[in-house]
Design a protein around this ligand. Structure first.
Ligand SMILES: N[C@@H](CCC(=O)N[C@@H](CS)C(=O)NCC(=O)O)C(=O)O
Length: 280
């Protein structure tokens, strides 16, 4: 891929944690991502798990805080960790932490000034996959996706909007029903405009209600999460799945909060569960 530049390479758990920058066509700016290649990738291609992070994050948070690379090395999984938004001086931003840079919400923005750069759905679900599968030792077409909070919403929505693209999806404390929470209403008003009917295609609960093709889904939610009552609404997604008899493994984890301490406690179980769907 033109302009793909490795900017970091670190030995970790027998594999390599690498960081790259590249010129993104989708986002019309330079994008950064990290990839962890397990030891098995030195002998042949491995399946990939894509990880989408939450508000205020870059590709750095997950790779530093979750402890996922140890499990990925054991399971023979590549981890692909994109940034959470377009970046740079030319990219519009907002003073709030929940809109603009580091808050791309994995949608396709239709409204000015966001619509020039904010195309994280196309970036993650098409451009990044093409780039990864053309340049790294991963098995083409064998993918799963996971994420946290805004990134949990992203994982669920990308998987439900794109049947067959991912074999399974998991999430930690996802924003399950952005239409019904302050984070979602603020971001969708800006990126998608005031016509709320257009929002349904970017909301996991609405996608299920509107007939999306199901896939294996695992969600962990901490009962001590400070954002649970106002922002996350797992019960709405649970009800939508129940109405269509779609299996949803929603695990309430007593006392866990919204942080990477929670993610680190269960990321091994999530990767193990996802790996079960990535056998060839
Ligand atoms: N109160 C938080 C809200 C944002 C937040 O909790 N972000 C979560 C995702 S929604 C996160 O992963 N933060 C970065 C980290 O913990 O490393 C802040 O202002 O930083």
């Amino acid at each position: 891929m033109l302009n793909l530049e490795r900017v970091e390479r670190i030995r970790e758990h027998g594999g390599w944690l690498e960081r790259y920058t590249h010129a993104s066509v989708s986002c019309r700016c330079t994008m950064t991502f990290s990839i962890y290649l397990p030891p098995q990738a030195e002998h042949g291609p491995v399946p990939a798990v894509y990880w989408l992070s939450g508000l205020t994050c870059s590709d750095d948070n997950f790779r530093v805080k979750a402890g996922a690379q140890r499990y990925a090395a054991e399971l023979g999984l590549a981890l692909v960790i994109p940034d959470t938004s377009p970046r740079g001086a030319e990219v519009p931003d907002d003073p709030g932490y929940d809109l603009g840079q580091a808050a791309g919400f994995y949608v396709e923005a239709t409204q000015a000034p966001w619509s020039t750069h904010y195309h994280m759905h196309d970036y993650v679900s098409r451009e990044l996959i093409e780039l990864i599968e053309a340049n790294f030792p991963v098995v083409a077409g064998v993918r799963a996706i996971s994420g946290h909070s805004m990134g949990g919403h992203g994982a669920l929505v990308l998987a439900l909007r794109n049947p067959g693209l991912y074999r399974a999806a998991s999430a930690f404390a996802p924003i399950c029903h952005p239409l019904a929470c302050p984070w979602g209403v603020k971001a969708f008003s800006a990126y998608l405009g005031e016509d709320r009917s257009s929002w349904r295609a970017w909301d996991a609960t609405c996608l299920i209600e509107d007939g999306a093709t199901p896939l294996p889904l695992l969600i962990d939610q901490g009962s001590g999460d400070e954002f649970l009552a106002e922002q996350l609404h797992p019960e709405a997604l649970q009800a939508a799945c129940a109405a269509r008899s779609i299996p949803l493994e929603l695990r309430m984890q007593p006392d866990y909060d919204h942080s990477y301490h929670f993610i680190g406690s269960f990321i091994g179980e999530h990767l193990d569960w996802l790996a079960g769907y990535l056998q060839r």
